[in-house]
Design a protein around this ligand. Structure first.
Ligand SMILES: NC(=O)c1ccc[n+]([C@@H]2O[C@H](COP(=O)([O-])OP(=O)(O)OC[C@H]3O[C@@H](n4cnc5c(N)ncnc54)[C@H](OP(=O)(O)O)[C@@H]3O)[C@@H](O)[C@H]2O)c1
Length: 303
């Protein structure tokens, strides 16, 4: 496993585990996935207060604590979305200092830890009082409740603000060969670790691309219709037997940490096999991606 160090000293494994889609209603299945991830030297576990309205943090926190004496790993969570856990509903957006400083205690309690390695703002708009948000994160760092902070955003104007006016260590955004909109921004973000969420575009870059396409993208996505995507993924699959490895190779070349989301142990096992294959792929293997996918950019929230 290759590791990437952030400017404030967090060391991320190139492949990490996104915990959003873990089967947290089943502790045993979730533990099998986490235990396998640790055995594969995955060391970053990404969750959020919002996932299953607090339940995701609680389940993965309890499981991870059982492995703390055997493995070194980082836990990242997120804040900013107000939610009602009884109604199981998101109810608002709050990047305020008071809210963040209250919610960090809730996340620490659910995760059963005394500090969070990476605390991320879970979204945000240019209209937010961003200086106040930065102040909250800096205070939490000084108080020792978090080691580092980052943002999850797909808004160029918001990303630019935090890049220039804060000590963010990480930026999470969706990145894969199809959703390549962030690529134009990467040059300016060289000292920030990019956490690539959606690395398999909800399963399109897998052997089950037909099924995922039908189920999840009935109206297509970005500038592609469902019909376009059928054509593209058919062509890809005819020329490559492992679309997952192809997407991982693309992300490794971009220097990103892959935040791999899975809902079963089998998916993670398959993805780790593909990850190992990706390391030995050449640029020739990924050339087709440039031919098949348009170079996109974010249309809204630009500077
Ligand atoms: N705004 C944010 O901050 C934000 C938003 C989204 C995600 N995230 C983070 O990023 C992580 C990854 O995002 P994501 O879940 O959207 O990633 P993704 O790579 O786009 O999709 C993951 C899904 O792809 C399918 N899949 C994965 N491996 C597969 C395999 N080998 N065979 C068949 N299907 C496979 C599964 O779908 P099925 O479960 O349907 O089988 C899995 O749940 C999340 O866990 C979370 O930590 C953050």
């Amino acid at each position: 496993m290759e590791y990437i160090e952030s400017k404030s000293g967090l060391t991320f494994s190139r492949m990490s585990l996104g915990c959003m889609n873990l089967p947290v209603e089943d502790d045993i299945k979730t533990e099998e996935i986490i235990e396998y991830a640790l055995s594969q030297n995955i060391n970053y576990f990404d969750t959020a207060d919002l996932y299953q309205y607090g339940e995701n943090e609680a389940v993965i926190g309890k499981i991870l604590n059982r492995y703390r004496s055997r493995y070194n790993f980082l836990t990242g969570t997120k804040v900013g979305n107000e939610f009602d856990k009884t109604l199981k509903k998101k109810i608002g957006w709050n990047p305020g200092r008071k809210y963040i400083k209250t919610q960090v205690k809730e996340s620490l309690r659910r995760l059963e830890i005394d500090h969070i390695d990476l605390y991320q703002l879970h979204g945000g708009t240019i209209e937010d009082d961003k200086e106040e948000t930065v102040l909250a994160f800096e205070e939490l760092k000084s108080e020792g409740l978090i080691r580092s902070y980052g943002i999850s955003s797909i808004r160029p104007n918001v990303i630019d603000f935090y890049n220039k006016n804060s000590n963010i260590d990480t930026l999470m955004l969706q990145l894969n060969p199809l959703d390549n909109r962030p690529v134009e921004l990467l040059e300016d973000l060289k000292d920030i670790v990019i956490l690539a969420r959606g690395p398999l575009m909800q399963g399109l870059f897998t052997g089950r691309h037909e099924a995922h396409l039908k189920e999840k993208f009935p109206d297509g996505i970005l500038n592609y219709s469902q019909m376009d995507l059928h054509g593209i993924f058919d062509t890809l699959a005819r020329q490559h037997d492992d679309l997952t490895a192809l997407s991982f190779k693309y992300l490794i070349d971009k220097g990103a940490v892959i935040v791999n989301g899975v809902s079963s142990l089998k998916q993670l096992e398959d993805n780790m096999d593909s990850f190992k294959k990706a390391a030995s792929m050449t640029n020739e293997d990924s050339r087709l991606l440039d031919e098949l996918f348009k170079k996109e950019k974010y249309e809204d929230h630009r500077l």
